[in-house]
Design a protein around this ligand. Structure first.
Ligand code: NDP
Length: 457
């Protein structure tokens, strides 16, 4: 049977675009369905707009820091609508670029909501505009979506999607959750002058991260006046004409004019017709895939957040590219999920790669831990009270570096470089033999000589 396409992708986010472009460049006949603009969560509602707001918020600290360096900047003020307008202009530009990248790779863009009709057929659009498209292979790349737990009165709370397009800054913002999104938005809004309270059900923010990162970032955020209410859950929310009353489990009621729910995301698979064609999903709706990104239906694949595996843009892109290489370039590739670096664009920034100390001890028993905490050089004049924390974990037998963690300015940029070293299996001896760049914060990673005594095996 002749199909319209070799590869038809549902979802033009990072993973879908990466796979389809690469397949198109290899000569496959390709199309991609998208109901929104091209770019997906990362470009439209996530990484990119978030980072632009992070840049905006950092100026607040830069302005404060500049005073002791002799600068005098009076009447500095922030105009939120200008920031949002310029952020949106940039997103429009990116949307055009993404469309061009697709057309340059001979990928047809089919606009509309897509559902699976059978394992080779997708229906796009609705009513008179309904169209059926067939393809030999179908790729699901529908991403994820913020979810809200069923707490009475929580429905009107915004999620990260709306927070990126607020018309006006609130005076007091309550953020529910202690994950990536919660701490990033806490940093953005508090630096822009909003009073921020973060409500976290765990004992601290960022469950699952290295304990030193959690402790250090929590201390720094509290120092910057973000109020973190840990071990607290929300019983219910009342909304009285835009004023929220958030009742906590300990009986406290917080009043705020902004409420952001950052309690996780779920795979965007509802209504796709997966059951109809026999694609297996997990309990939370994620598409089940094997190591080749293949679903339970042989010609249907899935990449990125809709598989709820490692929900990071570069991972979705790597999965998409590996799939295109495998199917259309006779170059079978699986993604290596070891040592994936990640960053949290909080204030201050977090960068991390490899194992946490807890994971390292569980896996190797005895390890060496090197940790350093210091005042950055710039703060000696600026008077900024922030401190940087860096940590290296070393396996005893091989002396390999098995974890690098940092909280402080430039953490994301620094840890990206260190991730290459970990990928290459670098040892502590090789770190020690690496010449430092002076004066930098990152030189600390190659000059930590003494392990913490209590941590030596
Ligand atoms: P996370 O899973 O990171 O955090 C969710 C938070 O909500 C956790 O603190 C969790 O608590 C809490 N939570 C969940 N359900 C409830 C509940 N019923 N009651 C109280 N608290 C609850 O999700 P995010 O939404 O922050 O981020 C989603 C994903 O997006 C991340 O996993 C990440 O992969 C990706 N992302 C990456 C970024 C980056 O790379 N910089 C930036 C933003 C997002 P608990 O810990 O107790 O479960």
């Amino acid at each position: 049977m002749a199909f319209d396409y070799d590869l038809l992708t549902i979802g033009a986010g990072s993973g879908g675009v990466a796979a389809t472009r690469r397949a198109g460049n290899y000569g496959a006949r390709t199309a991609i369905c998208e109901k929104d603009q091209v770019g997906g969560t990362c470009v439209l509602r996530g990484c990119i707009p978030k980072k632009l707001l992070v840049y905006a918020s950092r100026f607040a600290e830069e302005l404060e820091d500049s005073v002791h360096f002799g600068w005098s900047i009076s009447d500095a003020s922030m105009d939120w609508p200008t920031l949002i307008k310029n952020k949106n202009l940039e997103l429009e530009r990116l949307n055009i670029i993404y469309k061009k990248l697709l057309s340059d790779a001979n990928v047809d863009l089919i606009e509309g909501t897509a559902t699976l009709v059978d394992s080779h057929t997708v229906a796009v659009g609705a009513g008179k505009g309904l169209r059926r498209v067939t393809s030999e292979t179908i790729l699901l790349a529908t991403g994820g979506w913020p979810v809200k737990p069923s707490i009475a009165g929580l429905e009107p709370a915004m999620t990260s999607t709306e927070a990126l397009d607020l018309l006006k800054l609130p005076e007091h913002l309550v953020i529910l959750g202690g994950g990536y999104i919660a701490v990033e938005f806490a940093g953005i809004f508090s630096k822009l002058g909003v009073k921020v309270t973060e409500v976290v059900r765990a004992d601290n923010i960022l469950r699952g991260f290295d304990e030193d990162i959690r402790r250090h970032l929590q201390k720094e955020m509290s120092r910057q006046d973000v109020s973190i209410r840990s071990s607290a859950t929300v019983e219910c929310v009342d909304n009285d004409h835009g004023v929220y009353h958030i009742r906590l489990s300990d009986g406290d009621v917080i009043e705020a004019d902004g409420l952001l729910c950052a309690m996780g995301r779920a795979p965007n698979t509802w209504g796709l017709g997966l059951e109809r064609v026999g694609v297996d999903i997990t309990e939370n709706g994620a598409v089940r895939v094997d190591e080749w990104s293949r679903t339970s239906v042989a010609n249907i694949y899935a990449v990125g957040d809709c598989t709820d595996h490692v929900n990071l843009t570069p991972v979705a892109i790597a999965e998409g590219r590996a799939l295109a290489d495998t199917l259309y370039n006779n170059d079978p590739k699986k993604v290596d999920y070891k040592n994936i670096p990640s960053a949290i664009f909080s204030h201050p920034e977090v960068g991390t790669v490899g194992l946490t100390e807890k994971e390292a001890r569980e896996r190797f028993g005895e390890i060496k831990v090197y940790r350093s905490e210091f005042r950055p050089l710039k703060a000696t004049i600026s008077g900024n009270g922030g401190r940087t924390m860096m940590k290296l974990l070393v396996e005893l037998e091989t002396e390999k570096i098995i974890g690098c963690h940092m909280v402080g300015d430039g953490a994301a940029e620094i840890v990206q470089g260190l991730a290459i070293a970990l990928k290459c299996g670098a040892t502590k001896r090789q770190f020690d033999a690496t010449m430092a760049i002076h004066p930098t914060a990152s030189e600390e990673f190659v000059t930590m000589y003494e392990p913490l005594l209590e941590n030596v095996g």
